[in-house]
Design a protein. Structure first.
Length: 323
């Protein structure tokens, strides 16, 4: 099932979020309009706004504040992508030139900061201390996860549990916060709020694991960006961590060298063979499926509705997507 079909019950609200994203980014200086237009072309799946709005609908219904918060979480997510592309020296994202490719890192850093500031301008106008606290804490956690990952680049000692801790912070934290904000703003009780927050965290982790698998086995045509980028910049993701863990000690050093220099046809083929031989990618997919099952089980305390069904289907979509 497509993302569009899953989110059909939110069609009007998602359209409103989309419109707000562009109107709220309208710069005072029209010379900056090209930047806003460019970022609008790199449109993602809008997972985080969807999680927030679905959680709100599952918890008693939406109020105007939900739209504001959905815009906030997407602006923050987009800001992190702009900064990530600078750090990774990425050339394209979703078939479109990255901002740092088109305008350089200086403008891109400032534009990412601009997105953060716009998000907090909207947030401050809501006069919700709880929402501000949740978002501030989430950005702290997110940045910690990103920094730890950078510090562990080219580190062969990264374990599976350390990897899971990193993605829980750098990716899942914003998904969890989106669900939490949606639930709290609808007046959900503590049990339901915790269930939805845990759901968001597990879905976020599974989403990142699938992203990391697609970086290994996906194609540039479908993903809209170069494959094998993570290994080339020294990030050991779950398929590679599993592979290294399964190898005899005397083969690890040469395999790690092959992984990190995975930039020619022969080395890519050799790595693909090793991953297949040790079922490393299958293991990562199975880990993602387990996390999604745990996420869906969390929803047992949520009353049945079309919105709960969308959350359940969203989990299935996360582990079945090919881009």
């Amino acid at each position: 099932m497509s993302m569009e079909a899953i989110l059909e019950p939110l069609e009007d609200q998602m359209r409103e979020v989309e419109e707000r994203l562009y109107s709220d980014l309208s710069p005072a200086d029209k010379r900056l309009s090209d930047l806003v237009y460019h970022i609008s072309k790199i449109q993602g799946k809008r997972l985080r706004p969807a999680l927030l709005l679905l959680s709100g609908q599952c918890s008693g219904g939406l109020i105007p504040q939900h739209i504001d918060l959905a815009v906030v979480v997407e602006l923050i997510h987009t800001a992190t992508l702009v900064h990530d592309d600078i750090i990774d020296e990425a050339v394209v994202r979703r078939h479109i030139e990255t901002m740092n490719t088109k305008w350089g890192s200086k403008i891109s850093i400032l534009f990412g900061d601009y997105l953060f500031s716009r998000a907090y301008t909207i947030l401050s106008a809501l006069d919700s201390q709880m929402a501000t606290l949740i978002m501030s804490q989430t950005i702290n956690i997110l940045c910690e996860g990103e920094m730890v990952q950078l510090l562990r680049c080219y580190d062969a000692e990264v374990t599976e549990s350390e990897y899971l801790s990193i993605i829980e912070r750098k990716t899942a934290s914003l998904c969890a916060a989106s669900c939490k904000l949606g639930a709290i703003s609808s007046g959900a009780n503590k049990r339901q709020t915790e269930a939805l927050t845990n759901y968001g965290s597990k879905i976020g982790m599974a989403f990142q694991i699938i992203d990391d698998c697609l970086d290994v086995v996906g194609t540039e045509e479908k993903m809209g960006k170069p494959a094998n980028l993570d290994a080339q910049i020294g990030k050991l993701t779950l398929p590679f961590i599993r592979l290294v863990d399964k190898l005899p000690t005397d083969r690890r050093e040469s395999t790690l060298e092959l992984i990190f220099q995975n930039n020619c046809k022969d080395s890519k083929a050799a790595i693909a063979d090793l991953l297949a031989e040790h079922d490393a990618v299958d293991y990562a997919y199975e880990t993602a499926r387990r996390l999604v099952k745990e996420a869906q089980d969390n929803l047992s305390v949520i009353p049945d509705s079309v919105y709960k069904t969308s959350l359940l289907e969203l989990g299935d979509y996360v582990v079945s997507r090919d881009r």
